[in-house]
Design a protein. Structure first.
Length: 242
């Protein structure tokens, strides 16, 4: 969902990166990361991306009619103390500009409002650049609708494998993961998953880990394209011989 622009008139930067962003010395996120800066103020992201979008990942659940579980935006846990029951609210949020920038934040609060606000701030601090491309040999359009190559991610018992897909396939992923992919600007993708994917927090963070591994692998996008074409030619030759 689109969020109204944040009022940054009262923002006083507390870090060197924040001051440089406010003064116009750093104008984009890529430049900040190249200089080795770490984001410690969520206002930096709001300043660089005024029209940032955000989505709440449904991590809670309650028994539905006739069995099963009805998903809810927040997860509520209760602990018993001497003073009585104490309730905590868990929230998971993702933010992005739908053009290669995405962040995920998880937070706990005493009420729904504070938990969502904390998760939103944490998501902005965890913002990263997503490496996009067209790594499918069936497409080779040199666009940015998918990812350049396969990527693995892991969190807890959950393991995911992101696979580049040709244009028009759309997102073959779980519903809540679609929110992350949409905000990251990925339109076509396949995904395989293993483990307890019902644990939504681990599931989403495993995808986030796969995004990090995409950036770790050093490969030229042009070389990835040529490799995909060669694999397509080999596969077509096998089908003809069969």
């Amino acid at each position: 969902m689109e969020r109204s622009p944040v009022d940054l008139s009262k923002w006083i930067p507390r870090t060197d990166l924040g001051r440089k962003v406010m003064n116009g010395e750093i104008k984009n996120l890529h430049q900040a990361f190249e200089m080795g800066y770490v984001i410690r103020e969520p206002e930096i992201i709001d300043f660089l991306f005024p029209n940032l979008s955000e989505e709440i990942i449904y991590i809670g659940g309650m028994p539905g009619k006739g069995g099963g579980k009805m998903r809810t935006p927040l997860r509520i846990t209760t602990r018993m103390h001497r003073s009585g029951r104490r309730r905590t609210i868990h929230a998971l949020m993702t933010v992005g500009n739908k053009n290669g920038v995405v962040g995920i934040g998880y937070a706990i609060g005493k009420d729904a409002k504070s938990a969502i606000e904390k998760a939103g701030r944490q998501a902005r601090i965890n913002v990263m650049l997503v490496r996009r491309g067209c790594g499918s040999w069936e497409c080779n359009c040199c666009g940015t609708h998918s990812i350049p190559f396969k990527a693995n991610g892991k969190r807890g018992s959950v393991k995911v494998l992101l696979i580049p897909a040709p244009k028009g396939i759309k997102l073959g992923v779980a519903d809540e993961i679609k929110k992350v992919m949409t905000l990251a600007g990925i339109k076509d993708l396949w995904m395989k998953s293993r483990g307890d994917t019902g644990t939504r927090v681990n599931f989403v963070f495993a995808v986030f880990d796969a995004f990090k591994n995409l950036n770790k692998l050093k490969a030229d996008d042009e070389a990835v394209k040529v490799t995909g074409m060669k694999l397509g030619m080999i596969d077509a030759a096998k089908q003809e011989s069969a």
